[in-house]
Design a protein around this ligand. Structure first.
Ligand SMILES: [Fe+2]
Ligand SMILES: [Fe+2]
Length: 367
């Protein structure tokens, strides 16, 4: 008997699933490494790039994972990770990004458009991201201290006097515009906290957490950059702008459980004020601050839900009562209070002078 010959170079369906699983594990390793490194890079732009890369890798990984399930339907499993993919240095991160980029290229060269179009779409987007990431992180450099800070700024753990002196007014008008931008910039603590919990808690909480925590991290980097860009656009030099991180410092030496508590709690505490602030900026004709506040509000609403859900889940996974989360938050409050108690009168004087000068400088620029 004779048959018609194959007309395309076909790849086996299950073979493809194995290849995509391998790409998934490598993306997952990239996500965790980005989170791990965030507190150890000084420049805010680099922290932001690591956050963006973590999220993009998580988006690619999630799509790969779902595609593997489709290819294996009706069973729903990923192959065991073949090798442990450790990424301990900046060089290793760069190397993995480049080799992942090359893997996508190879995959796309061999893939069959008709049979495997959905996978091609995923690999294509991932390859585009990998090209950007390899360029953006080419100069990645890890510092010796955690949290690493860009010394261009006015470095002060407590980034506004009201942290140490509740009598210091939040401010109105220009003072409110400046205070709000400084708050956004100082979400650097949230960026670092999100990076650490992403890395530290993913092994216990699994992929769903990893994917959401990567988005959480990316959102916090966007909030930080919102503040940075507003301050720069107003022409306020970095040397006059306070940059701190006392909340991250408060839990740094503790179990990442408390990092999750801090991020879920302290980051969403002011959620109720954000609408009101956006309205105030609208009145002032400051559309940038208004829009930033609106989008921040939308993100925080998601985050509040992440925080509640994952804190309960973590307690449950550890065999603790999931309803005991208020105790975790209580301990978070204690840790922050203890960090604040370490502040000296000189710390308060220093940050007060900095804040006063910044608001004066902004008033002068407004004319
Ligand atoms: Fe935020
Ligand atoms: Fe948040």
């Amino acid at each position: 008997m004779s048959y018609l010959p194959p007309t395309r170079e076909l790849r086996e369906r299950l073979d493809t699933a194995r290849t995509l699983s391998r790409l998934f594990y490598r993306e997952e390793a990239l996500v965790l490494a980005c989170g791990d490194f965030i507190p150890w890079v000084a420049r805010l732009e680099t922290k932001a790039e690591l956050g963006r890369t973590a999220w993009e890798c998580a988006v690619a990984a999630d799509a790969l994972r779902e595609r593997v399930f489709e290819l294996r339907y009706p069973s729903r499993f990923l192959d065991e990770r073949a090798v442990e993919i450790g990424v301990a240095t900046a060089d290793e991160l760069r190397g993995l990004l480049r080799s992942q980029r090359d893997e996508y290229r190879r995959y796309l060269d061999a893939a069959d458009e008709l049979a495997d179009g959905p996978s091609i779409r995923i690999a294509d987007s991932a390859l585009r991201d990998k090209k950007r990431q390899t360029g953006a992180l080419a100069a990645l450099d890890l510092a010796e201290v955690d949290p690493a800070r860009d010394a261009d700024y006015f470095l002060s753990s407590f980034y506004w006097p009201d942290v140490l002196d509740p009598g210091y007014p939040y401010g109105e008008g220009i003072a409110l515009q400046v205070r709000s931008a400084v708050s956004h910039l100082n979400e650097v603590w949230a960026v670092e906290t999100a990076g650490r919990i992403l890395h530290d808690l993913s092994p216990e909480l699994g992929w769903e957490f990893t994917a959401e925590a990567a988005r959480w991290l990316y959102d916090e980097t966007r909030h930080m950059l919102m503040g940075k860009e507003r301050l720069e656009a107003w022409g306020l030099p970095n040397a006059m702008v306070p940059l701190g991180g006392y909340i991250y410092e408060a839990w740094r030496g503790e179990d990442a459980l408390y990092g999750l508590g801090m991020l879920g709690y302290f980051e969403t505490k002011n959620i109720g004020r954000k609408r009101e602030r956006a309205a105030a900026f609208h009145e002032m004709g400051d559309a940038t601050s208004e829009i930033d506040m609106e989008f921040d509000w939308a993100d925080e609403t998601l985050h509040a839900e992440y925080g509640r859900r994952w804190l309960r889940r973590l307690l449950e996974v550890r065999g603790d009562d999931p309803e005991s989360w208020p105790q975790v938050l209580e301990r978070c409050e204690q840790l922050v209070r203890a960090r604040i108690e370490e502040a000296t009168p000189e710390d308060l004087e220093r940050i007060r002078a900095c804040a006063d000068a910044l608001v004066r400088g902004a008033e002068q620029r407004a004319g």
